[in-house]
Ligand binder design. Sequence first.
Ligand SMILES: [Zn+2]
Length: 355
Amino acid sequence: MNPVQLLELLVSTPSVSGDEGNIATSLSGILSREGFRIQREGNSIWFTIGKRERPHLLLLSHLDTVPPCAGWNSDPFKAHIDHRKLIGLGANDAKGSVAAIILTAREIQDRHYEGSITFAFVADEERGGEGIRAIKPQLGHIDAAVVGEPTGLQVCTAQRGLLILRCTAHGKASHAAHAHLGENAIHKAARDISRLAAMEFEAYEDLGATRPEVTQITGGLARNQVPDRCEFFADLRTTPNLDHATVADEIGAMLESEVAIHSHRYEPISTNASETVVRAALEVVDASAGIGSVTTSDWAFLKGIPAVKVGPGDTNRSHRPNEYLLLSELEKGVAFYSRFIHTYFRMAAKEVAHV
Ligand SMILES: [Zn+2]
């Protein structure tokens, strides 16, 4: 199966989050026939090359996609090629990375490195990271990781997190004609929302500042009643210099509404430029520094492991109609991952020798 056929097969096997059984089974079959020893947990699969020696490198990407949105000009679940573009749901996010990583595994299958490499393709990345969280304890100690996501092969060394706050303004109900007897919870929420709209947290490198976005609001039971309750949500895409609990406390202290953490598991994350994984990736792409990424990924669940996010494709094409990957991007992806593995183990071996 050539690279294009592999990506076509992946894209033409529907795998919306929660429904990755078929893709996990067919990919396991293909990889087993090629001699890889596949392990599976739920609909996530992985295999290791090398004898569980350290350093142990992890290459990770995801099998699932978001559901198709409106606006497709063709069947999103059927890959087709037009002008050297492979079009279909997930072609860019992240089946292009999956295909490039698999092709890399094939290429290095019989090479020997001073260390071991685990290749993992997980389910449920788009919905909460259940896949990576379930398999991570089974992977053993990991010294470094590469997360395959469409970054245009730019090396991301920082990634924004996601903090969602649920804010509740409490008031006192009354007839709207006797408003002095009540306390208007929507007015209170409106003051708080203005405060949030003006708020800005300290900037972090090229990612810049973090600002709360109020994304949902509900309040009021009747058009002629002063409302006693109004609830709204604030979405904060946090940077690695911020701590979720501290941000929630600071916002809580500024608002009249009651503030509770609704979701905080996507913590912001970054990797120091001195880590081997960063230096190896930057050397391969010939760049002097990594960049920050505004989108979350399963990297958020690899806390404590030096990691970078890098893969073929363009994040702006993700979760949109007529998603595609250029065939040239697929080729460059394979070249990146194989050169990266080679460079990483060369650098790691030198470092061990110097200790
Ligand atoms: Zn993705």
